[in-house]
Design a protein around this ligand. Sequence first.
Ligand code: NAD
Length: 293
Amino acid sequence: MKIGLIGLGIMGKPMAKNILKAGYDLMVSDLNANAVADVVAAGATAADNKTIGETCDVVLTMLPNSPHVKSVMLGANGVASYMKPGAVFIDMSSINPVASKEVAAVLAEKNIEMLDAPVSGGEPKAIDGTLSFMVGGKQEVFDQFKPLLDCMGASVVRCGDVGAGNTTKLANQIIVACNIQALAEAMTLAQKAGVDPQLVYEAIRGGLAGSTVMDAKAPMMIAGNDKPGFKIDLHIKDLNNALDCAHSVGAPVPMTASVQEILQWMHNHEGGQKDHSAIAQYYEYLTDIQIGR
Ligand code: NAD
């Protein structure tokens, strides 16, 4: 099976290397020539949209957002215009589920099936090949390509038809953002009340408040480490998609709206490229403290 992968950023690059490790034949493309060279050194072949579309049985994308996926696949010189009927497109980017359905509808006219298969887990799990995939699309297409996703993930779950993967990802992103906000608020309260946030973390991490978010982000907040990880600007993108989707289906999401405003404040204060745990810096600004220091 010949595979094409477009998008070799923080996530796409290690995912490409895991596809190669599993023994697949991989063609890659990215606007960033250094990223392409790195993955070619690991065994991939560099190719343009035309060659990827004409040659590959399955085309994967790992791009920032809906407009990038639409333009790479459906724009002028887009990959889809070169793909053979019967080929499959799997988008692993986190995009608006409405856009996933739109792309799938255009591809269906060309007899190309699509899965939307966004991931959670971040760069460390992309490197380890232990991402969680949430997938939308037909059962038989999912069954056929699950082994390919398995080489990048520890968990690969079909959530429904096309769009269901990205709807699930929006749920994931709401829960993560609200958790980070709650953690930052609680750590700020503890320190203002005279209790060491490190000891608060150690005391509560094994109880009901403990979480994967707490274990990943509390140490970063306490150390003042805002190196991304997952960038605030990408989380703003995800929550914009969540708000869009929520408004279109009539689901009120007041907590999402509130944390989105804090992320936006961070963006406006040169925080867009920082890790999303830097939400803590908003609280530090409000209270004139530095958590853990
Ligand atoms: P990134 O910005 O590091 O990488 C995106 C890559 O796409 C870049 O290398 C860029 O050059 C490339 N690109 C953009 N437009 C292109 C085009 N027209 N043609 C070819 N290449 C193009 O982003 P990332 O962190 O790798 O995230 C990718 C997706 O995965 C996003 O949707 C993000 O929300 C999602 N995601 C990220 C993380 C994380 O922790 N970083 C975790 C889970 C999901």
